[in-house]
Design a protein around this ligand. Structure first.
Ligand SMILES: [Zn+2]
Length: 147
């Protein structure tokens, strides 16, 4: 799932439990035929998680459109995807959606807050009134563990 070319993996402490559940679901869904499924990028964007992926047949394209009515998220490239790939997309969208109400540090119930313009989903305990932006980044990233 994590082998091969990618444009970066950011693992966040608080969102890891939901990502692990999603990975396990995808692994069980694919069974013996992994279809070269892999993540191409894992990151935080506009306050919540984004999990980009591909298989040997499908590579969804994600668009974030800023409109006067707010942010519109679109996913394309699934028109010819089969049922398993559609389910992978749904599993990961569900995990992304959960990150919109899960603290990026501690996995407690949270909401999206601004750290000087950087939107991040945190609980009260890890909010901008308590932590600086740099302290939050250090607290939420598993980068040191991964590298
Ligand atoms: Zn927290």
């Amino acid at each position: 799932m994590f082998a091969g070319a990618n444009t970066g993996y950011e693992f966040y402490r608080g969102w890891l439990p939901d990502l692990i559940v999603a990975c396990d679901s995808i692994d069980r869904l694919l069974g013996e035929d992994k279809r070269r499924f892999r993540f191409t990028q894992l990151k935080e964007k506009l306050g919540w998680a984004r999990y980009y992926w591909k298989t040997e047949e499908t590579r969804p394209l994600r668009l974030s459109l800023f409109t006067p009515d707010g942010l519109l998220e679109r996913q394309h490239g699934l028109e010819n995807a089969d049922a398993a790939e559609q389910e992978i997309a749904q599993i990961l969208l569900t995990a992304e959606d959960a990150s919109r109400r899960t603290c990026i540090v501690c996995a407690q119930l949270a909401k999206i807050r601004s750290f000087g313009g950087w939107l991040v989903c945190t609980c009260e305990r890890h909010g901008p009134d308590v932590m600086s932006r740099d302290d939050l980044l250090h607290a939420c990233l598993l980068r040191d563990v991964v590298e």
